[in-house]
Design a protein around this ligand. Structure first.
Ligand code: FE2
Length: 309
């Protein structure tokens, strides 16, 4: 119905009038049953962790990359998944195509992450962040105090035949400090892979871009070598003083997704598999990426992500 046909003018209150005052226009009612709803107890139950003795716990580090990898995390993972699937997601792949002229090619949500994300409202996750915080504390993984930690939640949906956007299968660093991924599907050949780069200029291993941007790497020429290498290999852009180059994003838009497990530049040294009801929890400040075979995957990889900003 067009907005021209409807006139919304203030009226005198008519407390005894029956029915909606919409003239001849039919306004379909909302059915309360159409709104997914859960009680407080149900919300608590679906975030409940297993007792620690029943989890399969790995707290470890590789080359200074600390991580927690926990199997058999949740008591009711399918109930949590049921809640998560009720949230909408932006179809970013379509947005990317539409947005050429709409929003400069950016997705509505601004996310650079692969696949689709559902923003999850924190109010509906009353227990999850607490469970996670106290588990991480108990395992000496987090140093933060309770009041310093605010969780932000979303899901990652990586689906068969999904595309890449600006080559977002390549290693990246997160814009937040810690990320916990709880996998709610079984994806055998998928996971999070961590990478490092060997620089021949100074014969050192680098674990994130900040190390290449440091004064010593700038002086030795390692920074120049890194920026030249990723421009040449992956199509990154550059700005700033050539003596102190700054890496700018790739701008190639939508392409086929690549099942990326590293190459002769980025050396994968740690892989945390995306198995059902496992959680990987790590600092996002070191190069990592989502390893997912979109070309041959038959099912969606679905995870709840909790991040500490
Ligand atoms: Fe990440």
């Amino acid at each position: 119905m067009s907005s021209e046909m409807m006139k919304y003018t203030p009226e005198e209150a008519q407390p005894h009038t029956k029915g909606p005052r919409t003239g001849k226009h039919y306004i379909p009612p909302v059915h309360i049953d159409d709104i997914p709803s859960f009680s407080f107890k149900e919300l608590l139950e679906m975030s409940r962790f297993n007792p620690i003795e029943r989890m399969d716990i790995h707290v470890d580090e590789r080359y200074g990359t600390k991580f927690m990898y926990i199997g058999n995390l949740l008591e009711n993972p399918l109930d949590l998944r049921n809640l998560m699937t009720k949230f909408p997601a932006e179809r970013k792949q379509d947005s990317a195509l539409e947005a050429g002229d709409l929003n400069n090619g950016k997705s509505f949500s601004g996310s650079k992450a692969p696949g689709m994300q559902q923003p999850i409202e924190r109010q509906l996750m009353p227990a999850f962040g607490n469970e996670l915080f106290f588990l991480a504390k108990r395992l000496n993984f987090l140093k933060f105090k309770r009041e310093a930690v605010t969780w932000k939640y979303f899901t990652n949906c990586f689906y068969p035949k999904m595309k890449s956007f600006n080559r977002n299968y390549l290693p990246h660093m997160d814009p937040f400090s810690y990320a916990a991924n709880v996998f709610l599907t079984e994806s055998e050949d998928s996971g999070t892979t961590f990478f490092r780069v060997h620089c021949p200029i100074d014969d050192k291993w680098y674990y994130n871009m900040n190390e290449f941007m440091s004064p010593s790497a700038t002086k030795s020429g390692a920074r120049r070598w890194y920026v030249d290498s990723i421009k040449e290999r992956y199509g990154y852009n550059e700005k700033g003083d050539p003596e102190q180059p700054i890496v700018q994003p790739i701008e190639v838009g939508v392409e086929d997704w690549v099942y990326y497990q590293g190459d002769d530049f980025y050396d994968g040294y740690l892989h945390l598999p995306a198995r059902f009801n496992t959680m990987s929890f790590y600092r996002g400040s070191r190069w990592h990426s989502a390893t997912f075979d979109a070309a041959s995957a038959k099912t969606t990889r679905y995870s709840l992500v909790g991040v500490i900003e």
